[in-house]
Design a protein around this ligand. Structure first.
Ligand code: SF4
Length: 64
């Protein structure tokens, strides 16, 4: 699995963090970031729901 985030598109709504807090976090400006060490998404099974809940399509998941 590969996760991409578009920090320029992110509006800081936090839906990704509420859905999969093991993988997503927000920086001091509320912009999305991946939790260090968990960039592969394996830390949270709900990671697959995140592209659906992000209101601006800033998150994409690609299955290898
Ligand atoms: S859900 Fe989308 S817009 Fe909201 S913080 Fe996460 S990436 Fe940014």
């Amino acid at each position: 699995m590969r996760i991409t985030i578009d920090r320029d598109r992110c509006i800081g709504s936090g839906q990704c963090v509420m859905t999969a807090p093991g993988v997503f976090t927000q920086d001091d400006d509320a912009v999305v970031a991946l939790v260090p060490g968990h960039e592969d998404g394996a830390a949270d099974p709900r990671v697959h729901d995140v592209p659906l809940v992000c209101p601006v399509q800033a998150v994409a998941i690609f299955e290898d």
